[in-house]
Design a protein around this ligand. Structure first.
Ligand code: KIV
Length: 294
């Protein structure tokens, strides 16, 4: 496995030689280290943090401060992968100025190398501005979770010819505005295939079929750690929820039964120190007795 740092240019070169890109989410230091060591090329601190890490029902409530906190933790675990921070809901919609200020914080204060923005033509101006000041942007089209209320739920997008064409136009517009890669989420595979063929930048699919230049999943879904609901496109590569639950149950049983900690988990005082301490205790007890009589 190559050890050079993955950059936005690396991803473009991978597309040019038809090498697939792997991307996963991380929200903390230990998982970031494991992903990086496994050779995952792109690590995203997604605003999915809101749902899989913080227990909210949608991604909307997570704040800039919460995202910064997690991006900092992840960046301490990443040496090689490209680290992308997700712009949370409300951090860029009001104005281009808000977007530039908040995106800049991810690079300056938290160690991200790029940001991800949900949206199509409506974020083209912000994308142009960000890339012009040195902040690389990953686009995100389709079932963009920040639009959940506008969409009336987490619903597959681009299901009509008109909607598919609008997605294709948005993708071309974002490429023209300067995004270095584009996440395509929850759209029919035929739409993702056409967009992938027409773009020079790589597409990263999630619920968008196998023609994309790369794939991304929410790590907690892949590990079987989050099962409040499971989208059709998720493949479970492990069942950590069961493994962790079994470990907690066993720990509780062993504590109750006095089986944990065993002698191998305890610290021992030297025999000499035990003798010295015993002598001190004996002396104190004798003094207390004498005082009691007086
Ligand atoms: O927030 C997130 O984790 C994402 C990925 C699913 C692409 O946006």
């Amino acid at each position: 496995m190559a050890t050079a740092r993955v950059t936005t240019v690396t991803l473009r070169e991978m597309k040019d030689r038809s090498e697939r890109i792997s991307m996963l989410t991380a929200y903390d230091y230990p998982i970031a280290r494991l992903l990086d060591e496994a050779g995952i090329e792109v690590i995203l601190v997604g605003d999915s943090l809101a749902m899989v890490g913080l227990g909210y029902e949608t991604t909307l409530p997570v704040t800039m401060e919460e995202m910064l906190h997690h991006v900092r933790a992840v960046s301490r675990g990443v040496k090689r992968a490209l680290l992308v921070a997700d712009m949370p809901f409300g951090s860029f919609q009001a104005s281009v100025e808000d977007g530039v200020r908040n995106a800049g914080r991810f690079l300056k204060e938290a160690g991200a190398q790029a940001v991800k923005l949900e949206g199509g033509r409506e974020v083209a101006d912000l994308t142009r501005r960000l890339t012009s000041v040195g902040i690389p942007v990953m686009g995100h089209l389709g079932l963009t979770p920040q639009m959940v209320h506008q969409f009336g739920g987490f619903k597959v997008q681009g299901r009509t010819a008109a909607a598919a064409e609008r997605l294709r136009e948005d993708a071309l517009l974002l490429e023209e505005a300067g995004v270095f890669a584009l996440v395509l989420e929850g759209i029919p595979w035929q739409v993702a295939e056409v967009i992938t063929t027409e773009l020079r930048i790589p597409t990263i699919g999630i619920g968008a079929g196998s023609s994309c230049d790369g794939q991304v999943l929410v790590t907690n879904d892949l590990l079987g750690l989050f099962d409040d609901f499971t989208p059709k496109f998720v493949k479970r590569y492990a069942n950590l929820k069961e493994t962790i639950a079994a470990a907690f149950t066993r720990y509780r049983q062993e504590v109750k039964a006095g089986e944990y900690p065993g002698p191998e988990h305890a610290f021992r005082l030297d025999d000499g120190e035990v003798r010295r301490w015993q002598e001190q205790l004996d002396r104190r007890r004798r003094q207390v007795k004498t005082l009691g009589r007086g």
